[in-house]
Ligand binder design. Sequence first.
Ligand code: PMT
Length: 401
Amino acid sequence: MSAARPGLERQSTAEEAEHDYFAMNDPPRSLQTHSAQAKAFIGHHASRDRRVVLVTSGGTTVPLENQTVRFIDNFSAGTRGATSAEYFLKAGYAVIFLHRQYSLLPYSRHYSHSTNCFLDFLREGSHGSVVAHEEYREEMLSVLRKYNWAKENNMLLLLPFTTITDYLWNLREIAQLMRPLGSKSLFYLAAAVSDFFVPKDRMVEHKIQSSDAAERNIRKAKDSGRETGLEPSVTSVQSKRLVVDLDPVPKFLKRLVDGWAPEGMIVSFKLETDPSILASKAHYSLDRYSHHLVIGNLLSTRKWEVVFVTPGSPDRWIRVPKHRRTKSLSGSEDQVGLAALKSGNAEATEGCDATEQPEYLSVEEGLEIESLIVPEVVKMHTAVMERTLGRGRIVDEARKD
Ligand code: PMT
């Protein structure tokens, strides 16, 4: 990370940081279109008194050049977001799915990307037709019906982003548009958002060069930087090493909670790789931003366990029972329970497998952890709405499949 830049020595307030960020980093070209789509979608569901959830999903890129050839990215495929969106739809929510372009999407995720290539589910039928293999037909039909239902009933709005700046412009815009929904709005922030970026005013215009040509290019970039009194982010290419200088991205969770969506329920995710700090980092996040729920997860066990951290309640671990866990090449099942143990939550390490199973899955099938997370979030959202609206019991309206 870079040292403080001239003029930035003083800690700016969250509002100032917001102002500076959006003043200095241009909106994406799609913002106006997205805004119009979101406005119409929200209006449609507000008039039907429906709950609306904004699900964010996938990783944000950090471009290194203005005409972007190279960028920094992260691991997120959008599984958490796309899967959760399906369970929110099942729970009766209208879903705005703000996702990294080309990451997994609700419903189509079952048949996309290299692990589940859709062509493997198909075969040639009679008279040149294409049909689904018999063994997959029932499941495909079920997924297709849910997808069509969501489309026909205008329940799912897909809005793509690519860069960290695209993401933040969209997040702010949609959050502000959701304000009229009051406590009926829910923010479920599952995207893996970059903490560092190259600000527009320090980004080089053209592709970063390697070797000798690079020296000249960098010198030019530096020269243009000097004219504005700023150093470009790519500070040196020496012996073919590339040194990149990144600025911190302001934490916009604060602005979401205090300014953009003060009445909505806000759920953030906390990702860590070290089991010994997961729970404490999740608590720190909750204390700092004062929102409703932090869902902590470890990179290596995120498909099988998460921890719910809420104000004034003990940590609650949600786990997929051992015999229902799906295999994951990137995960480490032997680490399940470790973060609870390290946080001193010994009770949670014993007998803490989730017991409530959704009835629509047979006991042999693998269980998606999102099928356990989302109903818990929905219950909490109902409680928030009951408190805010000062009403008695609100009945959750789940869709019948
Ligand atoms: O997509 P998958 O492969 O299924 O993986 C899912 C996931 C692991 C990405 C997901 O479950 C998850 O943990 N998402 C959040 C990851 C993350 O950004 O964690 P963080 O510790 O960097 O940020 C915590 C919170 O601060 C996030 O809710 C984020 O919205 C917010 N944030 C982050 C950066 C930033 N500059 N401003 C923010 O407000």
